[in-house]
Ligand binder design. Structure first.
Ligand code: APR
Length: 229
């Protein structure tokens, strides 16, 4: 049976593709406070601003490419069972070739009914405008988990982490719960590696590779293959 590699990724894995992280930019996301664009209240208060913010993010995503870290993680599937649990709403893991990606915080490339959560529509990189409605006639919204909203994939993600033989944490400050708490679901004897050029979040018993994702992931993969596991 192939070892199961589980990767918990965050905004840092897409930084070298040109997408900004959340906390490196002083709490602003592309110059917006998350409270103006990433909460249900913000959407109620100014839906046009929120839609424009995510339309810009989707437009930007169409212009960027996966980086060496995304590609190295996709390559791993040749020799291991790999599941990516990401907090990112971009599609760069998928575009690099990863076949099992759990999006904890939703996906930019999907729209959702603002009335019924189950009504989800693939939209690629197209904008959502005021007046774009679901089949029930309600306004469409980004299929993104906003602050204060439930994380529907959390239980599934916890089960994935609990089944890991190796856990890699890459490009996340692990400051946002419940996602950050997922590391605690790994078995005590499972090796954990954290890759982050900055001050990585404290993960007890983790090996830290203090490098950018593109370099750090390749180094980690070489170690993994060297172990012949
Ligand atoms: N390679 C690897 N890590 C990097 C790189 C890089 N090139 N550049 C920055 N980092 C690290 C930073 O040091 C930081 O630890 O990536 C991490 C990014 O942390 P955040 O900006 O907090 O992003 P993330 O952890 O994904 O945020 C979690 O918060 O705003 C919400 O919903 C949003 O999903 C997001 C969640």
């Amino acid at each position: 049976m192939k070892d199961h590699i589980v990767v918990l990724s965050g905004a840092g894995v897409s930084a070298e593709s040109g997408l900004s992280t959340f906390r490196d930019s002083g709490g602003l996301w592309e110059n917006y406070s998350v409270f103006d664009v990433a909460t249900p209240e913000a959407f109620r208060r100014d839906p046009a601003l929120v839609l424009r913010f995510y339309n810009d993010r989707r437009c930007q995503l169409a212009e960027v490419e996966p980086n060496a870290a995304h590609r190295a993680l996709a390559e791993l599937e040749k020799d291991f069972r790999v599941t990516i649990v990401t907090q990112n709403v971009d599609d760069l893991h998928e575009r690099a070739g990863s076949s099992k990606v759990v999006h904890l915080h939703g996906e930019l490339t999907q729209a959702r009914s603002s009335r019924l959560d189950d009504l989800i529509y693939p939209i690629g990189y197209k904008p959502i405008e005021l007046g774009d409605t679901c089949e029930l006639g309600s306004q469409l919204r980004p299929h993104v988990v906003w602050f204060g909203e439930q994380v529907p994939m959390l239980e599934a993600a916890a089960g994935v982490v609990a089944s890991a033989d190796h856990l890699l944490v890459v490009g996340t400050s692990l400051q946002v719960y419940p996602a950050a708490g997922l590391v605690d679901f790994a078995d005590p004897d499972v090796p954990i590696t954290v890759i982050d050029p900055g001050e990585p979040a404290r993960v007890n018993r983790a090996t830290v590779i203090r490098k950018k994702a593109s370099e750090g992931v390749s180094e980690w993969v070489a170690r993994l293959r060297g172990q012949g596991r």
